[in-house]
Ligand binder design. Structure first.
Ligand SMILES: [Zn+2]
Ligand SMILES: [Zn+2]
Length: 134
């Protein structure tokens, strides 16, 4: 499949070609900062098929935690675009809200429900994991 997307102000655009490696909703405390409080919805795509087609994001990684992810965001409008994680080499984690067509997303699992808030919604038929599956 091919996913096209970008940030809120259109300074940054990307495309991702390939088969999705995972489709998840993440309830972790860190994601709550990035989303504004709700779970994050993400698709993991192969890095080999991913490129920025316009602009380049800024990046940030915390230095005070182990295995910190690198978060990519638009330096102009602040939209969080995606993440590179040392736990997922060769992959880029994309935020569904930045897709041109977010309706293509369907979560296959909920993760880090250990940090779930009472107001987060998990569909009853969705597999849920306290941390990561398996
Ligand atoms: Zn922007
Ligand atoms: Zn998370």
């Amino acid at each position: 499949m091919k996913i096209e997307g970008g940030c809120y102000c259109h300074a940054i655009r990307y495309e991702a070609v390939g088969e999705p490696l995972a489709s998840l909703q993440c309830h972790c405390r860190e994601c709550q900062y990035i989303t504004g409080g709700n779970p994050n919805v993400i698709m993991v795509m192969p890095e080999a098929g991913f490129r920025f087609t316009k602009g380049m994001p800024s990046s940030f990684a915390r230095s005070d935690i182990e295995h910190a992810v690198t978060r990519l965001f638009c330096p102009t409008c602040g939209t969080a675009l995606g993440t590179r994680s040392p736990k997922r080499p060769g992959a880029i984690i994309l935020k569904v809200g930045t897709f041109d067509d977010p309706s293509i997303f369907k979560a296959k699992a909920a993760i880090f429900t250990i940090d779930k808030q009472a107001f987060h919604h998990i569909p009853p038929d969705l597999p849920a994991f306290e941390r990561r599956p398996g």
